[in-house]
Design a protein around this ligand. Structure first.
Ligand code: ATP
Ligand code: MG
Length: 322
């Protein structure tokens, strides 16, 4: 269990990578960033990928390693909590770009725009002008989840570096280091549950580890699922087994229990989908069909069809898949 004084500091901050060497996974991408540091010549960058994989951390490490002692004056960081409409781009970013500051020989000031995909299009248009105008003194590093929300002219001015979800092994290694340092009691079932719920997101894994160890003396599978906001996989496995046997009524009865607990339909279908990927009772052919159906239903839900009826329709489809 964590000591009381430790609660205040989130593990994700305490264990945020300090240099690029600390960033776990995505080796090719991280190597590219290290090469940029070694050459001392940074292009404008877009780092894109799923949440909690180390994009923001990597960009910060990059800026720190590029500019060493000059970070305070030579790096401007704007994240999603800052207002980032066109005015901010015109004022804050432009002002910083025009400012004269000292940087190590051959390097430029760096502007970090975190969660750049949430910038309005007009702000991005203004940004594009500044990028071109001040290219000799300023470099941009954008981090985002969805590069299609970045306007084409900015994309074409940047080197794009892609991050993917972290593997269970990569998350496990880091979790074990943290567990040892923090002296947290965590058994194998707890670790597996953390990996299952994290689904490639290191931030989620660390936050869940912290939440569980704050609430319970030991991190076990049951405790993890009590803390995290996800339908318990045991009942989801029962539902999947019913579908596998074609027993719709029983599957629907069980899913209604979960539904009445307040889980939304996307959470339920996502958890079943995760189980489908590894379930040993399903044949590979069926697995493929199940996954295809699951994806179709998820798409429908994202389009707004998230009624209880859709959930039953999903189960009925799985039941009739042969
Ligand atoms: N690859 C990684 N190696 C080590 N720690 C990581 C990694 N990815 C995430 N973390 C941990 O998770 C925290 C959040 O990471 P970070 O903010 O870099 O994620 P992100 O990719 O920018 O996510 P988002 O897309 O949600 O902004 C970090 O402080 C760190 O503790
Ligand atoms: Mg980020």
């Amino acid at each position: 269990m964590l000591k009381t004084s430790e609660y205040a500091k989130p593990l994700v901050e305490k264990y945020r990578p300090v240099t690029l060497d600390d960033v776990v996974g995505n080796e090719m991408a991280v190597e590219q960033l290290k090469a940029i540091v070694d050459e001392g010549n940074m292009p404008n960058l877009i780092v894109v990928g799923p949440p909690g994989t180390g994009k923001t951390s990597s960009v910060m490490c990059l800026a720190r390693q590029m500019l060493e002692g000059y970070v305070k004056e030579a790096v401007l960081e704007l994240n999603a909590s800052d207002e980032r409409g066109i005015d901010v781009v015109r004022d804050k970013i432009k002002q910083f770009a025009t400012q004269k500051v000292n940087t190590p020989e051959g390097t430029q000031k760096i502007i970090i725009l975190d969660e750049a995909d949430s910038m309005t299009e007009s702000a991005q248009q203004a940004l594009r002008m500044i990028m071109t105008e001040y290219s000799s003194t300023t470099r941009f590093a954008l981090a985002c989840n969805d590069s299609s929300k970045i306007i084409e002219p900015i994309q074409s001015r940047c080197a794009i570096i892609r991050y993917t979800k972290l593997s269970d092994e990569e998350i496990l290694e880091r979790l074990n280091q943290v567990i040892e340092k923090e002296e947290i009691k965590c058994d194998e079932s707890g670790l597996q549950a953390l990996l299952f719920t994290a689904d490639g997101d290191m931030r989620y894994a660390l936050n869940n580890l912290q939440a569980t160890s704050a609430g319970f003396s030991e991190v076990t599978r049951d405790n993890v699922f009590k803390v995290c906001d996800m339908p318990h996989p045991d009942i989801m496995k029962t539902i999947l087994d019913c579908c596998n046997r074609g027993e719709f009524d029983e599957a629907a009865e069980n899913v209604d229990i979960i539904y009445q607990e307040g889980y939304n339909i996307m959470d339920i279908i996502s958890t079943i989908t995760k189980l489908i990927q590894t379930d040993e009772d399903i044949t590979d052919e069926k697995r493929l069909n199940y996954l295809r159906e699951s994806t179709e239903f998820k798409m429908r839900i994202l389009e707004g069809l998230d009624s209880h009826l859709q959930l039953h329709s999903y189960l009925a489809t799985l039941c009739s898949t042969r």
